[in-house]
Design a protein. Structure first.
Length: 347
C-alpha cells in the first residue's frame, strides 16, 4: 500500500503534464464541437467497449497462463487474471510502460505460486515477445494499408514516424530473443547491471549473495526458455489467445465510432490503433504515455479523413474505456490482493 501511494504521488505531475498537452491539443481543435460529438454518443453501443476490454484482458491472461503451465508453475486463471490487471495498473502509473508491469506480474506470480522465479520470468518474457511480434505484424500491415490506400494524404513526417516506431518495435523483439537464447550475453548484462549498482552505492551494498541468486535465477530462466523452445506445440494456444486479445483491442475503437454514428473502415482502425498501441509500449517517461499515444491516434485519424471533432471524441472515449477502465479495475485488484495478504488468505 505504501509503495502504491509513493508511486501515485511521484507520477501525478507527469500525468498532469501529459493531460495538459492533450487538452491543449483539444482546445485548438475546437472544444465546442468535440463536446457536441460526445453528447451524441450512443451509450448502449459504447457500454459494449467495457465488455470487450474485459474480454481482451481475459484472453491476454489465458495466453500467459498457457506459458506458465508447460513450465510447471502452479497458477489458477483467477490469479493470472488479477495479476494481469495489476500489471496494467502499474504500467499506467509508472513511467516505464510495459516494463514495470511485467516486473510486478512476475513478482506476484512467484510469491503466489511458490514456484521458481526464473521460470515465471521466462513465461513473462516469452509472452512479451509473442505480444510484441503480433503488434509488429499489425504495424507492418497497417503501414502497408496506409501507403497503398491513402497515398494522397501521407506525409514525409508520417512515413518517418511509422518507420521509427516499426523499426523500434522490431529491434526490441530481436533484443529480447537474443537475451532468451544467449546465456553468456544475459550473464554479462546482469554483471554490468550489478557493477553499476555497486558503483552507484559506492560499495555500501554487498552484492555477492545477490550475484549468486541472480545467476541461479538466470539458469532457471534459460531452462524455462529451452522447455518452451523444445515443445512448439505448447505455443499454439498462447498464439491463438494473443491474437484473440489483439482482435478485441481493435474492436474497441470500432464500437466507439459506431457509438458516435460515424463508422469507419477496418483499415483505418488497423493503421491507427496498431500505431498507437506500439507507441504506448515505448518507455518514454510519461505514465501510461498519457497525451502522446492519444495525440498520435487523433492526428492519424484526422490525416485519414475523419473530422477533427469526431477524431477527438473517439480518442477520448477510447482512452476512457481502455486506460480509465484498466486503471479503475487494476486499483481494485491491488486492494483485493492487499486485503488477502493482510488477512493471511493466500497460498
Amino acid at each position: 500500500m505504501l509503495t502504491e501511494k509513493r508511486l501515485s504521488w511521484k507520477t501525478v505531475p507527469l500525468l498532469l503534464i501529459g493531460l495538459l498537452v492533450f487538452f491543449l491539443y483539444l482546445y485548438f481543435l475546437g472544444l465546442g464541437k468535440i463536446v457536441d460529438s460526445l453528447q451524441s454518443t450512443n451509450l448502449v453501443f459504447y457500454s459494449l467497449t467495457f465488455i470487450v476490454v474485459a474480454l481482451d484482458m481475459l484472453f491476454y491472461s489465458l495466453a500467459w497462463l498457457y506459458f506458465l503451465r508447460p513450465l510447471s508453475v502452479k497458477a489458477s486463471l483467477k490469479d493470472v487474471f488479477i495479476f494481469t490487471w495489476i500489471g496494467n495498473f502499474v504500467d499506467i502509473l509508472v513511467p516505464a510502460e510495459s516494463i514495470s508491469g511485467e516486473i510486478s506480474k512476475a513478482y506476484l506470480m512467484s510469491k503466489s505460486s511458490g514456484g521458481n522465479s526464473g521460470k515465471v520470468v521466462a513465461s513473462v518474457v516469452s509472452h512479451r515477445i509473442l505480444n510484441m511480434t503480433i503488434t509488429l505484424t499489425g504495424l507492418i500491415i497497417g503501414s502497408l494499408l496506409f501507403i497503398v490506400n491513402y497515398p494522397l494524404v501521407i506525409s514525409g513526417f508520417a512515413l518517418i514516424f511509422l518507420l521509427f516506431v516499426t523499426v523500434g518495435t522490431a529491434i526490441a523483439v530481436v533484443f529480447l530473443i537474443i537475451v532468451c537464447t544467449k546465456e553468456s550475453m544475459t550473464e554479462r548484462l546482469s554483471d554490468w547491471i550489478l557493477r553499476f549498482v555497486k558503483f552507484v552505492s559506492r560499495g555500501r551494498w554487498q552484492l555477492t549473495n545477490l550475484r549468486s541468486r541472480t545467476r541461479e535465477m538466470l539458469r532457471a530462466f534459460h531452462q524455462g526458455i529451452k522447455i518452451l523452445g523444445k515443445n512448439p506445440k505448447v505455443l499454439v494456444l498462447p498464439v491463438v489467445f494473443t491474437i484473440a486479445a489483439w482482435s478485441f483491442n481493435l474492436l474497441v475503437p470500432l464500437l466507439v465510432f459506431v457509438s458516435l454514428k460515424y463508422p469507419v473502415s477496418l483499415s483505418v482502425i488497423i493503421i491507427v490503433y496498431s500505431l498507437s498501441f506500439a507507441v504506448r509500449a515505448i518507455p518514454i517517461g510519461v505514465p501510461g504515455d498519457v497525451g502522446l499515444a492519444e495525440s498520435v491516434m487523433m492526428g492519424f485519424y484526422i490525416m485519414l479523413g475523419v473530422p477533427s471533432n469526431i477524431s477527438a471524441a473517439a480518442t477520448i472515449l477510447t482512452a476512457i474505456s481502455t486506460i480509465g477502465f484498466k486503471l479503475l479495475v487494476g486499483y481494485l485488484a491491488v486492494h483485493w490482493v492487499g486485503a488477502k495478504i493482510l488477512t493471511g488468505n493466500k497460498r
